[in-house]
Every structure is written in structure tokens, then in C-alpha cells.
Design a protein around this ligand. Structure first.
Ligand SMILES: Nc1ncnc2c1ncn2[C@@H]1O[C@H](COP(=O)(O)OP(=O)(O)OP(=O)(O)O)[C@@H](O)[C@H]1O
Length: 546
């Protein structure tokens, strides 16, 4: 982390001599930034944020910051959140007036105003559990109305937010929106279901201002098509009443569209589809001003890295603002992120890599594969409280469990990567509409999917990593609602129990003490070969299928 800290705070330039008396006052005081567990030693002095800038109205600053940014350090450019410094310069030139005394204390003493502002920001961040690191970080939003007073946000966006029933910004929205609107790059880690989608769509739309025919100006990458479709749908809710065009890169669009003529402001795609279009020279991303990598840690996995690299390179506009969002942010991804980002701000809500605190989590020893099926049937017989989402470790097992449950009196659906796109879509839609009560799934929908009010997530098969666990159970307990997660384990999962137990503990769940005495095991992808779920003899299965 030493290296990352240097990166983030590199270029910080506090003139201790000039502000010696103030420094003495604040010397022992630190902003409560960066206090997630792996960063305990990294405390940022109030002064490390200080920078002077030319006076410029906030609106103009937003518009100009991305143009000015062109690979310049944010230290040398005006950034939202720095008006206190601007007034500092101005009032120094008017020193006499200050000496004579004016009624307004804040105008008299800009430094005081600066400290007051910094203290307010620190308090607000503390209240919302926001941890930030980087230079010149804009103040968190107090309310959505600040979007118009601070950033000139168009009325239709506020109207749409109100129509969605959003009364106030979530913590990630409070901090990420001003950062992105200030033309800064950012990588953010916030719990599942905490509103990250609007945290990146909202500033994107405000920054793009209005529909244009100039080609694609923003790209959002999602690791799975269901998530890409959901993000497009959510984005469309926010552009109601505007002429913006948000498009989902579907297979037919990728095949048939003439992208040079296509009316598209924001394109949402999986990396594979977009990379293919780039390779076929069908699409020009050189004007993209805004690139979001949603579920960034997944996108940076080896299997997608090449495609991501292709897209990032194709988005060649030097003023581009890139942002990374996820509920899990491994150190390795942070490192990688920094290698492609410029003077980025790091935002963590709560503690990094923890499960949602609104999900009640439970571990259940099922003994064997048969035991799991029995436990599942029992729990359904006792109380089936739909919607319920069941995760298994492979598509084969998804099919097997579906075959077992479909004949019972339960409305059950299944989704995995072997299904054709239409069937995958139907499975999601039916579950959303309440037509199916139980959805059996592989990890293909473990991330990002926002099914309203899932009561219970069942990890039928033990997840293969702590982050898979966090994302899976995060399909429940969203937007402040409560939820439940049950994780079955068998003998072969026991070596990895401690890892899940640690995650459970850090999100406030009780864990049997014996689990905490187990040896810590280095977490590798844990997908053991398991006995088949099917209980019926093969012949009877064939008969049924016929
Ligand atoms: N300010 C808000 N007030 C109330 N609800 C909100 C607000 N912002 C977003 N939501 C709702 O919260 C839910 C979760 O949001 P979202 O899907 O963006 O979560 P997320 O943080 O991206 O989760 P994940 O990590 O699982 O992808 C959605 O139903 C969304 O409509």
C-alpha cells in the first residue's frame, strides 16, 4: 500500500512555512480518510489538500476542467471544491479592507473559511462513512438540489430522481458525483445495493449536457449482458424528458448498425461485444469523454483484461474521464487502475470489501450433496418466502437443480450461460415480474443485478471466493432493505469456511467461534468436483424429457 499512497498523494504541495501558525494548530489533527483496514497508517493532513486556484465560476469550472485536464495534474487546475482558495487570493489583494474589518467573518478570513469547510467535509464524510484519498477532493453533496446550485444540473434530471422516489443521495452518490463532475477520475468501492449505478450515470448526463450528433460520447462497460441491459434501463429512467440517446450494445445492433450514423450519446456494452466492433473497425470511440468500468474487479480479471485493454485504448480522447466502480476492490485492481488513471480520487464507503450490513447471514452444514437438497426442500416446506435466488457453481449444476425442482409445486426458473440470450432475458424478466418465485443461477447474475426485494439468497454451492460471496448475497438487502443469505457447506468446503466467516464478521454477523479457530487458508478459486445433484435415475429423466 506504500506505493499506492505515494501515487495518490504525489504532487501534494503544502507550503508549511507560509501557514506555520495554522499548521501548528492543526498539526496533530488528521482527516479520517483512508481508514479501511489495510490502510491504517495512511492519514491525510488537512493541509495536504490545499491548493490555490484562479477564480472561476463553478459552472465554467465544470465545463472547462475536462478540457484543461489534458494530462495536467489536478494540482495546477481549478477544481470544484476550491472556491475557498480562490477567495483566499482575492482577499489577500484586498488586505486593507480586511484589516479595517468587515461584517462577514468568512470574507475576512478565507483561511478560516477553508478550515471550516474542511471540517464540515470531514464531518459529513464521517457521518456517511465516506473515506477518500487523493488531492483536492470536492465536498460531498448535501442534497440532490445541490446538483443544480453547484453544477447547473438540468431540471429534468432532478424531476426524474424525484419520480424514482430518491429523496437524498446515498453515500457513494454524495461523494462520487461531485468528484466526477469536477472532471476528476475516480475509483470507488461501495457496498452492494448502495446506488453506484446512479453515482456514475448522473454526473455523466450532467457533464454531457445535451444530446449531440457528434458520435458516442460515453461508454459504460459491464461484465454481463443482463447487467448491461439493467444499466441501460436505469439510465433511460434518468433521461426521461431529454433528447439523450442511451443504447445497449445488443447482438443485432453490433451486427447491423452503422455506428457512424447512429444517434448514440451513451453506449452500454459488455467488453466482448465492444471489442469485436472495434476490431472490425465499425465503431469510433475517439470522442468518448466518459468511460465507466462497472464491476471493475471482474472486468480486470484475466478473462476480460485483453478486451478491456482494447476498449481503453480505443477511447483515445486525452480529456477522457474514467471511473471504476465495484463493491469489491482488491489491491491488485487498485494498482492496475492507477496505471491507467490520472490523479484519481479513491472513494471507499464503509470498509473495503465487506458484505452489505443489511443482510442477515447464516452458515448451514449440509454434510453431503444429498443433504443440501434435503435442507433446501425442508426450508421450502417450512417457509418459502419468495423471491429466492439460489446460486450454484456451474451451468451443469444449475440444470440439475432445475430438473429436481421444476416438478415440485414451486415456480422455478433457471439462468446460466448455456441458455440463448432470449431465454436468459425471459428468466430475468419472469423473476422480476414475480412469475417465478425461485431463480437458480450461476455467477452470471451474481453481480450488479438489482432484483427488488429478494428475501433470501441461498448459496447452494459454496462461493468460490470472498468477493463472489459478497456479490451473491448482495442481491438481497438492497437500497437499505433487509435480506437474508444462507450458505450451505459440506466437508470439502470446511477449509474455506474461515474466509467466509471473516467476511460475515466484518459485516456485523455472528459466526460460531469454532470456525474462527480454523486454520486460515489462502483463498484460491474453490470449485471442487461435487457429486451430481440429480436424484432421479437417468431413465426416468429421459422419459420425462420425451
Ligand atoms: N438515492 C437513492 N435513494 C433511494 N434509492 C436509490 C438511490 N439511488 C439508487 N437507489 C436504488 O438502490 C438500488 C440499488 O442501486 P444500484 O443497483 O445502483 O446498487 P449498486 O451499488 O450498483 O449495487 P451492486 O454492487 O450490487 O451493483 C436500486 O434499486 C436503485 O434504484
Amino acid at each position: 500500500m506504500e506505493k499506492s499512497a505515494n501515487f495518490l498523494f504525489g504532487g501534494t504541495n503544502f507550503n508549511r512555512k507560509k501557514f506555520a501558525p495554522d499548521f501548528a494548530k492543526f498539526k496533530n489533527r488528521t482527516v479520517e480518510d483512508d481508514d479501511d483496514d489495510d490502510d491504517h497508517n495512511k492519514k491525510v493532513s488537512f493541509f495536504e489538500q490545499e491548493e490555490e486556484s484562479e477564480e472561476e465560476p463553478e459552472q465554467e469550472k465544470i465545463a472547462s476542467s475536462s478540457k484543461k485536464r489534458k494530462r495536467k495534474s489536478a494540482n495546477s487546475e481549478p477544481v470544484e471544491g476550491f472556491d475557498v482558495f480562490k477567495s483566499s487570493k482575492k482577499s489577500r489583494s484586498k488586505g486593507k479592507e480586511v484589516e479595517q474589518g468587515t461584517k462577514d467573518e468568512t470574507l475576512e478570513n478565507p483561511k478560516k473559511e477553508l478550515y471550516r469547510r474542511m471540517e464540515q467535509d470531514a464531518l459529513s464524510r464521517k457521518q456517511y462513512n465516506i473515506h477518500v484519498s487523493g488531492n483536492n477532493i470536492p465536498s460531498p453533496l448535501k442534497s440532490f438540489t445541490e446538483l443544480s446550485s453547484r453544477y447547473g444540473c438540468k431540471k429534468y434530471i432532478l424531476r426524474n430522481l424525484a419520480e424514482l422516489g430518491f429523496k437524498e443521495p446515498t453515500p457513494i452518490q454524495r461523494q462520487a458525483i461531485p468528484i466526477l463532475l469536477s472532471g476528476r477520475e475516480c475509483f470507488a468501492c461501495a457496498p452492494t445495493g448502495s446506488g453506484k449505478t446512479f453515482a456514475f450515470i448522473c454526473p455523466m448526463l450532467i457533464k454531457l449536457k445535451r444530446h449531440s450528433t457528434d458520435g458516442i460520447r460515453a461508454v459504460i462497460l459491464s461484465p454481463a449482458r443482463e447487467l448491461a441491459a439493467q444499466t441501460a434501463r436505469e439510465g433511460k429512467k434518468l433521461i426521461k424528458g431529454s433528447k439523450f440517446n442511451i443504447r445497449l450494445m445488443t447482438k443485432p445492433l453490433a451486427k447491423t448498425a452503422d455506428f457512424s450514423k447512429l444517434q448514440c450519446d451513451v453506449l452500454i456494452s459488455t467488453p466482448m461485444r465492444l471489442k469485436r466492433a472495434i476490431k472490425a473497425k465499425k465503431i469510433d470511440l475517439s470522442k468518448v469523454e466518459y468511460l465507466v468500468l462497472d464491476e471493475s474487479d471482474k472486468l480486470f480479471e484475466q478473462s476480460m483484461l485483453k478486451q478491456i485493454d482494447g476498449v481503453v485504448k480505443a477511447c483515445s480522447n486525452p480529456s477522457i474521464i474514467r471511473s471504476l466502480f465495484s463493491a469489491t476492490l482488491p489491491d491488485s485492481v487498485e494498482e492496475l487502475a492507477r496505471s491507467i488513471m490520472h490523479d484519481a480520487v479513491r472513494v471507499i464507503i464503509g470498509r473495503k470489501n465487506t458484505a452489505s450490513e443489511t443482510v442477515k447471514q447464516k452458515l448451514v452444514f449440509a454434510g453431503t450433496e444429498e443433504g443440501k437438497l434435503l435442507a433446501l426442500r425442508q426450508s421450502f416446506a417450512q417457509s418459502l418466502n419468495p423471491p429466492v435466488l439460489i446460486f450454484v457453481q456451474s451451468k451443469e449444476r444449475a440444470k440439475q437443480l432445475y430438473d429436481e425442482l421444476k416438478c415440485e409445486d414451486i415456480r422455478v426458473g433457471v439462468i446460466h450461460s448455456d441458455l440463448p440470450p432470449g431465454e436468459r432475458e425471459n428468466a430475468v424478466d419472469s423473476f422480476r415480474a414475480g412469475e417465478t418465485w425461485v431463480l437458480i443461477a450461476t455467477d452470471v447474475i451474481a453481480r450488479g443485478m438489482d432484483f427488488k426485494g429478494i428475501n433470501c439468497v441461498i448459496n447452494y454451492d459454496f462461493p468460490d471466493s470472498a468477493s463472489a460471496y459478497i456479490h451473491r448475497i448482495g442481491r438481497s438487502g438492497r437500497a437499505g432493505r433487509s435480506g437474508e443469505a444462507i450458505t450451505f457447506y459440506t466437508e470439502e468446503d470446511v477449509p474455506f469456511l474461515r474466509n467466509i466467516a471473516n467476511t460475515m464478521r466484518s459485516s456485523g454477523c455472528e459466526v460460531p467461534s469454532w470456525i474462527m479457530t480454523l486454520k486460515k487458508k489462502k483463498w484460491k478459486k474453490h470449485r471442487p468436483k461435487r457429486d451430481s445433484i440429480s436424484t432421479r435415475p437417468k431413465d426416468s429423466k429421459i422419459e420425462q424429457e420425451e
